[in-house]
Design a protein. Structure first.
Length: 88
């Protein structure tokens, strides 16, 4: 029989993976920012952001996730990346 403690430990492990992936995404975003600056491009790319959100919403339903809640989560993830890109 599974216990609450062991299931919570699994959640903690998943959270650790999510944090590692967020760190990786932000690191890549900072590399993208360098390329954008050298190319004279704007940090914010609303078209790209919308493409990402559209793709995520489409996939969320197929994955059994609430599309609108998933969109909100990814909107925040995008904000985290944009803020990292905007750092000098």
């Amino acid at each position: 029989m599974l216990s609450i403690g062991s299931l919570r430990a699994e959640i903690d492990e998943v959270d650790d993976h999510i944090l590692a992936l967020l760190r990786e995404r932000v690191t890549i975003a900072m590399r993208i920012a360098k390329v954008k600056r050298k190319s004279g491009l704007s940090i914010r790319d609303r078209k790209r952001e919308q493409e990402i959100l559209d793709k995520i919403v489409s996939r969320a339903g197929r994955e059994g996730l609430n599309p609108e809640q998933t969109r909100r989560v990814f909107k925040e993830i995008i904000e985290l990346s944009v803020e990292a890109e905007a750092r000098p």
